[in-house]
Design a protein around this ligand. Sequence first.
Ligand code: EPZ
Length: 460
Amino acid sequence: MVEPSVVTKNGHYASEMLSQFRLLERLGNIYMEKIIVNGGNPLCGRVEISGSKNAALPIIYASVLVRGKCILENIPAISDIADSFEILRGIGAKIRLLDRTTYEVDCTNVGPGKSNYDLVRKIRGSYYLLGAEFGRFGRAKVGLPGGCNFGVRPIDQHIKGFEALGGKVNTEGGYVEIESQRGAEGNNIFFDVESVGATINVMIAAATAEGTTILDNAAKEPHVVDCANFLNTCGAKISGAGSDVIKIRGVKELHGCTYAIIPDMIEAGSFMVAAAATGGSVRIDNIIPKHLESITAKLEETGAEIEEFDDAVHVTANGKPRRTSVKTLPYPGFPTDMHPQMSALLCMADGVSYINESIFENRFRYVEELRRMGARIKVDGRIVVIEGGNPLTPAPVIATDLRGGMAVMIAALATEGKTEISDIHLIERGYDEVCAKFRALGADIEKITCPDPVEIKKAN
Ligand code: EPZ
């Protein structure tokens, strides 16, 4: 591999600068960030929820359909969003930060098939670029997505939709490539599974297709509705989002708009569970109560008291949580993205609780981390069995994925003593200012940077 030349201003090759650069790079690799929690404090006070990651991602990529400027408000400051803006910049978009959560996105000069393979594979939501490029240019080429490791995360339903819209799809060499003779053409599609990603991706492609598209057995999540509302604000003609049949009448062109992203229902649910698990009393502001109905109902079953307002909920723990059983389902059922957090709460509940994970076949890696903290928890097929009630003990643990990371955070906040959490970048993919928000609720929690003993050994 040719080493990149580090050139001084008078043009000379500066090998000593390169060796310093390489040392810094090595040092960068040998430092790691951790979250330290001294748990046991009940969370009390108010927290403001950020914009929804899973609504912001599709809307950011859907802006590729627009030859003009979109102002996107209430965008969460998380790494999946930063990576997505980086991907769009790389294909010609102009992105301006107007304030901490507002961006101006101009995709006038965007071209297809140019996205950065390594950036794309960092996150799951990058697959929305496929629908956007196909919808705008009649062709697309994007690397296969990455995202949380829950076992195989197929995209066969996305491909089924693109092929129904007249795309010829090829998935070789780590890429998904879509070609078409005449651009996307409307059609009827019945999804074999309720897939959030496939529903949104095909809806994006169909927004400017020739003719009408009907999506049947569509996902009904609030972020599906939010993306449909964004597209309609840009001039699309989409109806039925939020039901299992979505009708999209293709339009020639979309125009720029200003759009505010909905609040993040999973962030809200995570703070609700944390309040209950720590025996606290927390008001959670900037939410849409309807989106949280299944979470509220399940928490009330465990004994938490929940008061609803127009755009807030107040969660008050009522002694030890009671045991319960949960089954994850597509919206409006109990969300799979709340399963790990619920497990952490039910570790505090006397009796045996069960969580049936019906959506992802392997969303259980966090269980091992809770066991390190003394939880009597195990996985039987797709059922998590939790014999709760015994106090957990602090231990060094890792974030196994985004929501698994939140599960160990909640367990640490509810456990007396000092717990260290590593691999916290996985938590910061989806939670904006998470330590600051918990600290404002009385948690003794901080993020530290420290040498990684494993990497130091390698570097020497
Ligand atoms: C989205 O993932 C979310 N990610 C996930 O949130 C969330 O857990 C999931 O929806 C379910 O709500 C983003 O929005 C970026 P799916 P996605 O397609 O689109 C199967 C988080 O923590 N399936 O609804 O990948 C699939 O295997 C993340 O924020 C196919 O079989 O989920 C799963 O069993 C984690 N073929 C089920 O459908 C396909 O082509 C639901 O997956 C697509 C999916």
